[in-house]
Design a protein around this ligand. Structure first.
Ligand SMILES: *[C@@H]1O[C@H](CO)[C@@H](O)[C@H](O)[C@H]1NC(C)=O
Ligand SMILES: *[C@@H]1O[C@H](CO)[C@@H](O)[C@H](O)[C@H]1NC(C)=O
Length: 425
C-alpha cells in the first residue's frame, strides 16, 4: 500500500519536473520576444518604430534577394523585343480603340512600344501651346499625324541633387521617362509612354506657337526666346531657355486625348503641403484600419503597388491619383529622382501599414533581384539612346528594391504570408 503511494508521489514529482522543463523551453521564445518589445525604443519624432523593424529585416535579408533570379531572363528577352524597333523601323501610333482596352494602357508587345517611342521622338510638330492644367510648366504639342504630346521641359542637369522636402523643386523631366521604363519593367503597364525629346526653340516652338504661348515667352540677354509658361507655379523670373544648339530638352509624354476620361481621387496617404502638421497616416501606425473601412481591398492593393513604384523613384508627391476602367494610372511622375542618397521609407506606408500585397506583384518583384531591374531599364531605353539618370540614381533604385523586399519580410514576420499575399485580386 505505502510503496504504491510513494511510487505515485515520485511519478507526480517527475511529471512536475517534466512540465517545468517543457514550459521553460516553449515559453522561452515568447518571453524573449516580449522582452524586445518592452525595451523602450527611442522614438524619433517622425520615424516610427516600424522603420527599425524593417531595417532589422534588411540586415538579415536572404541571399536570393541580392542575387539574380534566372527565371527573369525569358521575361527580360520579351521586354527587350517590345522595345527594340530594329525589326520594324516604321513608326507606330495606336488607334483610339486600342488605348486602355487590353491588359495595358497602350499596346506594347512585339516591338510596338519601341515603334511608338520612335514616333514620339521624331513626329513633326504643327502647333505648340501652353498646357495650363497643373502646377508645373508644360507645353502641349500637336503632331502632324494628330497625336498630342505633353512636353515637360528640363529644369535640372542629371546630376543636380534636390535637397530638403521630398516634394521640393521643379519636376524632373528625366524622372518621367525613367518612370515609364521602370513601370514597364515592373509590369505596371497603366502608364503613358514617354521619351526624351529636344525641340529647337525657333523652328519647333516659337514659329508654330499659339498666341497664348508667345505671350509667355521672353527674350533673354542673348536674344534667345525663353519660356515661363502658364501654370499654377509659373513665374516670369523662372524661365526655361535654349541650350547652345538653340534647343530645349524635355520629356515628351503621350497625351490621353478625349474621349479618354478618368476620375481623380485624393490619396489617403497624401502629404500636407500647407504647413508642417503631420497627416493622420503619419501619426497613427494602424491608419490602414480606417482606410480598409472606406476603400475596397482591390483599391488598397493598387495603392500598395503604386507605393512600391513611387518608393523606388522616391516620388512623394502622389497626393491624388487618376483612375480609368477601375485601374490607377501612373500619371505625373516628375517628382522622382530628386536625391539618390535619400530613401524616404514612409512612401511605403501603404505597404507597411496595411501589410497586404498582390501575390502576382510579389512573385514579379522576386524575379527582379540582383541588378536585373535597372539593367533592364538601361537596355530597354538604349534603343532610344536615352540618358535617363546618373549611375547613382540607378544604384539607389537597386538599394531601395532591397528595402521593399525587407518591408515585405517584415509584414510576413508580423502576420504570416497567408495574411499578407492576396491571390484573387
Ligand atoms: C503582366 O500583367 C498582366 C495583367 O496586367 C498579366 O496578364 C501578365 O500575366 C503579367 N505578366 C507577367 C509576366 O506576370
Ligand atoms: C522669382 O520670383 C519669386 C517672387 O515672385 C521668388 O519667390 C522666386 O524665388 C524667384 N525665383 C528665382 C529663380 O529667382
Amino acid at each position: 500500500m505505502s510503496m504504491n503511494y510513494v511510487f505515485g508521489f515520485a511519478l507526480f514529482l517527475l511529471l512536475l519536473v517534466a512540465l517545468n522543463i517543457y514550459f521553460f523551453y516553449t515559453l522561452m521564445p515568447i518571453g524573449k520576444k516580449s522582452l524586445s518589445f518592452n525595451v523602450p525604443s527611442i522614438k524619433l519624432d517622425q520615424s516610427p518604430s516600424v522603420f527599425k523593424d524593417i531595417y532589422d529585416y534588411l540586415n538579415y535579408l536572404p541571399n536570393q534577394y541580392r542575387n539574380r533570379n534566372s527565371k527573369f531572363f525569358p521575361l527580360q528577352k520579351y521586354l527587350l523585343t517590345s522595345f527594340s524597333p530594329s525589326d520594324n523601323i516604321e513608326n507606330y501610333w495606336p488607334t483610339q480603340k486600342e488605348v486602355g482596352t487590353g491588359s495595358s494602357l497602350y499596346p506594347h508587345k512585339n516591338g510596338v512600344a519601341g515603334q511608338m517611342l520612335s514616333a514620339m521622338k521624331a513626329g513633326q510638330i504643327v502647333i505648340v501651346d501652353n498646357a495650363v492644367k497643373g502646377t508645373q510648366l508644360k507645353l502641349l504639342l500637336l503632331l502632324e499625324t494628330h497625336q498630342k504630346l505633353y512636353f515637360k521641359p528640363k529644369r535640372y542637369e542629371r546630376d543636380h541633387i534636390i535637397h530638403g522636402s521630398i516634394v521640393a523643386g521643379f519636376d524632373r523631366h528625366n524622372a518621367e521617362v525613367f518612370a515609364y521604363y521602370l513601370a514597364m519593367t515592373l509590369n505596371f503597364t497603366w502608364i503613358p509612354p514617354s521619351v526624351i525629346r529636344k525641340l529647337h526653340v525657333d523652328r519647333e516652338i516659337f514659329s508654330i506657337a499659339t498666341m497664348g504661348l508667345r505671350k509667355t515667352m521672353i527674350k533673354n540677354g542673348n536674344g534667345e526666346y525663353c519660356i515661363y509658361g502658364k501654370c499654377f507655379y509659373c513665374k516670369i523670373n523662372e524661365t526655361v531657355c535654349p541650350d547652345n544648339n538653340g534647343e530645349i530638352e524635355g520629356a515628351a509624354i503621350l497625351y490621353l486625348d478625349r474621349p479618354f476620361q478618368f476620375q481623380v481621387y485624393k490619396s489617403p496617404w497624401r502629404r500636407n503641403y500647407r504647413d508642417s502638421k503631420l497627416m493622420e497616416w503619419q501619426r497613427e501606425n494602424d491608419f490602414c484600419k480606417k482606410v480598409m473601412g472606406t476603400l475596397s481591398t482591390k483599391r488598397i492593393l493598387d495603392l500598395v503597388d503604386i507605393s512600391i513604384f513611387d518608393f523606388l523613384i522616391q516620388n512623394g508627391d502622389r497626393h491624388r491619383y487618376e483612375m480609368y476602367k477601375d485601374r490607377i494610372l501612373l500619371l505625373d511622375n516628375g517628382k522622382g529622382l530628386g536625391n539618390p542618397s535619400v530613401d524616404e521609407l514612409d512612401i511605403l506606408a501603404p505597404l507597411y501599414q496595411c501589410c497586404i500585397l498582390r501575390l502576382t506583384t510579389w512573385k514579379y518583384l522576386e524575379l527582379l533581384s540582383g541588378g536585373s531591374l535597372t539593367e533592364t531599364i538601361k537596355l530597354m531605353s538604349s534603343f532610344q539612346d536615352e540618358n535617363l539618370a546618373t549611375e547613382d540614381h540607378f544604384k539607389a533604385v537597386e538599394r531601395r528594391l532591397l528595402k521593399v523586399y525587407a518591408t515585405v519580410q517584415y509584414c510576413i514576420g508580423r502576420y504570416g504570408s497567408a495574411k499578407v499575399f492576396k491571390s484573387h485580386w
